[in-house]
Design a protein around this ligand. Structure first.
Ligand SMILES: [Zn+2]
Length: 117
């Protein structure tokens, strides 16, 4: 396999407390593995540090509003909120997973969610 960021094939499989993940020894990018896959199937593409940080920011914004409650609490369920996000981003519900988004998409998601404040 090759790193999606730098193209290196110098990849290590690590067993971390979050499960197995691949790490590129060229640039440090990582990708998690499906937890139920014995073959350690990668979960999407390699992501660099900035992408990983944007994903964490998106999850934080999506799951916790500024009062500390989940955004969907008392309003909608989580899936409804993903549908709202997909609609406002102009993408399909199936594509609306932070783990699948690249940097421009993650930035767009953050902009959309900022409007929800
Ligand atoms: Zn790399």
């Amino acid at each position: 396999m090759r790193c999606d960021i730098c193209g290196s094939d110098d990849i290590s499989l690590l067993n971390t407390r979050f499960g197995y993940m691949y790490k590129c020894n060229g640039c440090g990018a990582t990708v998690g593995c499906h937890s139920n896959s014995k073959a350690h199937k990668p979960l999407g593409k390699f992501a660099d540090r900035e992408t990983r940080e944007l994903r964490i920011q998106c999850h934080n914004m999506f799951d916790v509003d500024r009062d500390g409650f989940p955004r969907w609490f008392g309003v909608a369920d989580r899936n409804d909120l993903y549908e709202k996000l997909a609609r406002e981003m102009g993408i399909s519900r199936g594509a609306c997973h932070f783990a699948k988004m690249d940097k421009p998409m993650l930035r767009k998601a953050i902009k959309v969610m900022e409007e929800w404040e």
